[in-house]
Structure formats: structure tokens, C-alpha cells
Design a binder for this molecule. Structure first.
Ligand code: 5GP
Length: 174
């Protein structure tokens, strides 16, 4: 990562504002429902913690970890679950929280797998959506930021496991 310069793309204040707005939407939409929020590890951990804290409705939480075969920065499309959720989701309202949707391959796989368990509803919330990069059609119900280009780190997002701890989102520049 040393060969890149980091430029703040979304400051913590800007993130905070967007997360609060998303939490408001989620709270309205899931009011009175049996909500389970599932974070996709590791990238979503900070976003999910902030989102839940800003929500005004109760929920239970769980985590899932996925691995894609291939390099660290390019998704191959072959995805597998390396840590499954521990909560049954049949008949429940599930909100998946992800850091970034890029090609859409990861979440398209996850959606197919989770629908086999017959949740009452299955929705997706992503901090960052790189819509134009899709290789498969995938729609996220809640989006923090739309991003056209660039590789971003910080606020849970890594570059080779580095930079997750940073409180702002940075774009890497050569
Ligand atoms: P895809 O949608 O292509 O299947 O995969 C999305 C995953 O690729 C994200 O969860 C994330 O791990 C990784 N990814 C895609 N773009 C970026 C980026 O700009 N920064 C970081 N840190 N990870 C990214």
C-alpha cells in the first residue's frame, strides 16, 4: 500500500450523516418486523456497528464470512461461505449489510443461498455501490454512496488487511 497516496473520499462526518439517514430508512421500513441484521465480514463491521446504533428499532445480529477464489482485489465469481450465520432465518426479515458491491457476484451468490432458507424477506444494505462495475444484475435496497471509480480503504475496508481501522474512507492514488 506504500506506493499509493491516500486521499479522503468520505470524511467521518459525511459518513455519519449518510449512516444516520440509512438507519432512519431502515427503522421506518422494518418497524414492527422480526429483523435480523447480518454483517458480511470483515469489511462491514464498522458500518454495521454505526448503522445499528443509529437505528430506533430492535433487531438481532449475526455475521457471515464469504471467500472468493482469486486475487484479493478481483472477484472471480466463485464464492463460498467460510463462516455461516448461526441464527435460523426461516420466516424472518433479514437485512444483509455489506461494505461494497462491485461486480455483484458475491451478493448474488449469497442471495441465492439465503433464499433457499425461506426468509420472510431479504434486503441488502451497502455502504458503497459501484453500480457501473456489475457483471451480474444486483440491486441493493439501501446504498450509502455511489462510486464510479477507484479503490477505497478505511472504515472497515482493507487493502491486504491494512487500513481497516481508519475512521474515514480514502481512495488510493498512485
Ligand atoms: P463483488 O461485488 O465484486 O463480488 O465483490 C465485492 C467485494 O470486493 C467487497 O466486499 C470488497 O471486499 C471488494 N472490493 C471491491 N471494491 C473494493 C474497493 O474499492 N476497496 C476495497 N477495500 N474492497 C473492494
Amino acid at each position: 500500500m506504500e506506493r499509493y497516496r491516500k486521499k479522503v473520499l468520505y470524511s467521518r462526518d459525511v459518513i455519519d450523516e449518510r449512516v444516520k439517514a440509512l438507519a432512519g430508512q431502515v427503522s421506518r421500513d422494518f418497524s414492527g418486523k422480526d429483523l435480523i441484521v447480518v454483517g458480511v465480514l470483515k469489511g462491514s463491521f464498522m458500518f454495521m456497528a454505526d448503522l445499528i446504533r443509529a437505528m430506533t428499532i430492535p433487531c438481532t445480529i449475526d455475521f457471515i464470512r464469504l471467500a472468493s477464489y482469486g486475487s484479493a482485489t478481483v472477484t472471480s465469481g466463485k464464492v463460498r461461505i467460510t463462516k455461516d450465520i448461526e441464527t435460523p432465518i426461516t420466516g424472518r426479515d433479514v437485512l444483509i449489510v455489506e461494505d461494497i458491491i462491485d461486480t455483484g457476484l458475491t451478493l448474488a451468490f449469497l442471495k441465492e443461498k439465503l433464499l433457499e432458507r425461506n426468509p420472510r424477506s431479504l434486503k441488502f444494505c451497502t455502504l458503497i455501490d459501484k453500480k457501473h462495475r456489475r457483471k451480474v444484475e444486483f440491486h441493493s435496497d439501501y446504498v450509502g454512496f455511489d462510486l464510479d471509480q477507484g479503490f477505497v480503504v478505511g472504515y472497515g475496508l482493507d487493502f491486504d488487511e491494512k487500513a481497516r481501522y481508519l475512521p474515514d474512507v480514502y481512495v488510493l492514488e498512485e
